[in-house]
Design a protein around this ligand. Structure first.
Ligand code: GDP
Length: 300
């Protein structure tokens, strides 16, 4: 039998560059939520891809930013954790010609650990003029050595096989740490909560979703005559009464829209019929209250 290899890979980059989308495309399944609003990934999420003898383990991280709340502290801390103890770093950037200081900082952190770094220029589907892409690559080449600079599109899948081939070169001989059919370390409850939060990010005004936490109180499988059903009870916590009103909407219309869309996503991702019940509650200023944060699963 041929020897097995594995690599732990940190995906880092500024918010909104497409780290979560890339992780989903790499592992071939939705394991991280995607949104056009920055800072949507709160926890470190792991995605696993096993192809024959190679196992690649991806750690997706919240985008870098200065912490303003305790939740922010947690997010920044989990980036540092994800960046240490990996075998290779992937810095994801957008196809622009400006290199940001925050990106240089991430690069410095990888280099301080003497980690090989692959630069991924994502969203190349948005670049019509290939000369622009070359300017972007040239700008990055002057930032020092990379194992590779790879243009990709998480959306279309362009360049993703080349990225996987490059990553496989950094896999060490080792047993596989996870079963071949496992794609994420997220328990179903966490995934269900994230899918509900994703729909809120999509449907609500900018400032409300960041003040929202979702807790899945119950997730149970029930056998019926028409097959099995997952009963999922979710609690949605808002920071203010006014936010609660907006989440529920006129005669419950907004909550209905959100929960229907979330249920459909849950059915797709969890592969079962779902009966989703949502309750909206207010817990003032939860982002700064450590006890509550722990209860919501954001542990420091
Ligand atoms: P993250 O904050 O870095 O994890 O970024 P997300 O994966 O949440 O993506 C941020 C936004 O960019 C979302 O609206 C995605 O749909 C979009 N996006 C991600 N990758 C691509 C891509 O390759 N092409 C295009 N056109 N959009 C992308």
């Amino acid at each position: 039998m041929s020897k097995t290899t594995s690599a732990f890979i940190a995906l880092v980059g500024r918010p909104n560059v497409g780290k979560s989308s890339l992780m989903n495309t790499l592992v071939g399944k939705k394991v991280a939520i995607v949104s056009d609003k920055p800072q949507t990934t709160r926890n470190r999420i792991m995605g696993v891809l096993t192809r024959d003898t190679v196992q690649l383990v991806f750690l997706d991280t919240p985008g870098t930013h200065r912490p303003r709340t305790r939740l922010g502290d947690f997010m920044v801390k989990s980036i540092s954790e994800a960046m240490s103890g990996v075998d290779v770093g992937v810095l994801v950037v957008e196809p622009t010609k400006t290199v940001r200081d925050s990106e240089r900082d991430l690069l410095k952190k990888f280099r301080a650990q003497k980690l090989p770094v692959i630069l991924v220029i994502n969203k190349i589907d948005t670049v019509a003029d290939k000369a622009e892409l070359l300017t972007c690559m040239a700008a990055w080449q002057s930032e020092g050595e990379f194992e590779a600079i790879l243009p990709v599109s998480a959306l279309t899948g362009d360049g993703v096989n080349e990225l996987l081939a490059e990553l496989s070169k950094h896999a060490f001989e080792s047993p596989h740490f996870f079963p071949a059919d496992m794609v994420s370390d997220q328990p179903e409850k966490v995934l269900a909560a994230e899918l509900l939060r994703e729909q809120m990010l999509r449907s609500l005004r900018e400032e409300i979703p960041h003040g929202i936490a979702v807790v899945i109180e119950r997730l149970e499988e029930r056998e019926t005559e028409r097959g099995s059903i997952l009963d999922i009870d979710a609690e949605i916590f808002c920071e203010r009464d006014t936010h609660k009103g907006m989440v529920i909407g006129k005669r419950g219309a907004m909550l209905k829209q959100i929960s229907t869309a979330a249920r459909m996503e849950m059915e797709k991702v969890l592969g079962a019929h779902v009966n989703l019940q949502c309750w909206v509650k207010v817990k003032e200023d939860w982002r700064n209250r450590q006890g509550l944060l722990n209860g919501f699963g954001y542990r420091l």
